[in-house]
Ligand binder design. Structure first.
Ligand code: 5MM
Length: 344
């Protein structure tokens, strides 16, 4: 198989540009319904279009955002700009990508762990995405969630990371940079150290599976979480988070991996920014060979969603809040964020 390595590397380089990160706007139908319920808005094709229109037509977001992860419906949905969303994003010099997993399913014996589905017919779906987006999509994203306590079994990690590696292989073959997202969940009352151990075990397994399937990590991006205590203990100091997170990465990641993009996982927006800043500084101090940046969903969107509230009259103020979060995270990516900036 011959890969278009040059195109893949160009996409990786653009996605990992200094001062920029990725917007995760790939909420599935069930998730966006929940998000809209929090502002008492019904989730319809029209309300979803209006919401994504608000975000993706913000003036100047391309200064801080290098890529946007889209959901199936959004790829060729018409935005109010008269272009499809994938074309709209692309026209701003931002790379659109697509969530390729089809969500999680219970396994008869592995509960509470669940297994991500979506491999069946993936090659065909990817080729269709190229057509549907008129060739604008540059990357894919596949997410597997992992519960920390009780700890995942080796068999579960082996199976799910093999599936993740296989979707990466299909993505590369179809010309997309695979963003692989093992998300160690914050839910529960586990300690930060239990989380760190789960990150290390999962990532070691992921790159072992990639090796077995001839997937070159240099052509992929990792999306994962920081080492954090469970949601019941959200007071972890940023410096502790950064030390544990980078330690886990140094113990488990290949040096050829180009970059890591963090998910926010339920952290409050300013905390996610503060922790990213600490991780960026720790990465420099420990000579980490990877670019480290953000690929937040909630931590970029929460404030804007609340302010928008489904009302056209609030679009400009919601866009301003979204831009502020994107800008502050862009600064945090460079280790230049200060909490006082929240008040500016
Ligand atoms: C935006 O949320 C994404 C979609 O989740 P579902 O498939 O459950 O609807 C999710 O994949 C997202 O890309 C990551 O979890 C990062 O989002 P957060 O909110 O954790 O930063």
């Amino acid at each position: 198989m011959t890969l278009d390595t040059q195109r893949l590397q160009k996409t990786i380089h653009a996605l990992l540009s200094t001062g920029k990160g990725i917007l995760a706007a790939d909420e599935s139908s069930g998730t966006i319904k929940k998000r809209f319920a929090s502002i008492s808005l019904e989730s319809t094709a029209e309300s979803r279009r209006d919401y994504r229109d608000m975000l993706l037509r913000s003036e100047g977001y391309e200064r801080h955002i290098s890529g946007v992860i889209l959901y199936d419906e959004t790829v060729d949905q018409m935005s109010c700009s008269g272009h499809t969303f994938s074309q709209l994003v692309f026209s701003r010099g931002v790379i659109p990508g697509i969530k390729t997993d089809e969500g999680k399913e219970e396994h008869p014996f592995w509960g509470p762990q669940t297994v991500t589905r979506g491999l069946k017919g993936l090659g065909e779906r990817l080729r269709a995405y190229t057509e549907r987006s008129k060739g604008t999509l540059g990357f894919t994203k596949w997410r597997q969630v992992i519960v920390v306590d009780p700890p995942p079994s080796d068999g579960f990690l082996d199976y799910t990371m093999h599936v993740m590696a296989e979707q990466a292989a299909w993505s590369l073959q179809c010309g997309f940079v695979p963003i692989c997202e093992p998300e160690i969940l914050m839910d529960g009352s586990h300690s930060l150290d239990q989380c760190r151990a789960a990150i290390e075990r999962t990532l070691r397994m992921l790159y072992k599976c990639m090796e077995e399937q001839h997937v070159d990590p240099a052509l992929t991006i990792l999306k994962t979480n920081m080492a954090l205590s469970g949601k019941d203990a959200l007071t972890d100091p940023s410096a502790t988070v950064a030390t544990a997170t980078l330690k886990a990465f140094h113990h488990s990641l290949p040096t050829t991996l180009p970059g890591i993009v963090f998910l926010s996982g339920g952290q409050r927006s300013p905390k996610a920014t503060e922790n990213l800043n600490a991780c960026a500084l720790e990465a420099k101090q420990t000579n980490a060979p990877w670019v480290i940046t953000f690929s937040y969903g909630r931590a970029l969107q929460d404030d804007a969603l609340k302010l928008w509230g489904g009302k056209a009259a609030n679009v400009l103020s919601a866009q301003a809040v979204f831009l502020k979060r994107a800008r502050l995270n862009g600064l945090a990516q460079q280790g230049k964020y200060d909490q006082r900036m929240e008040k500016e």
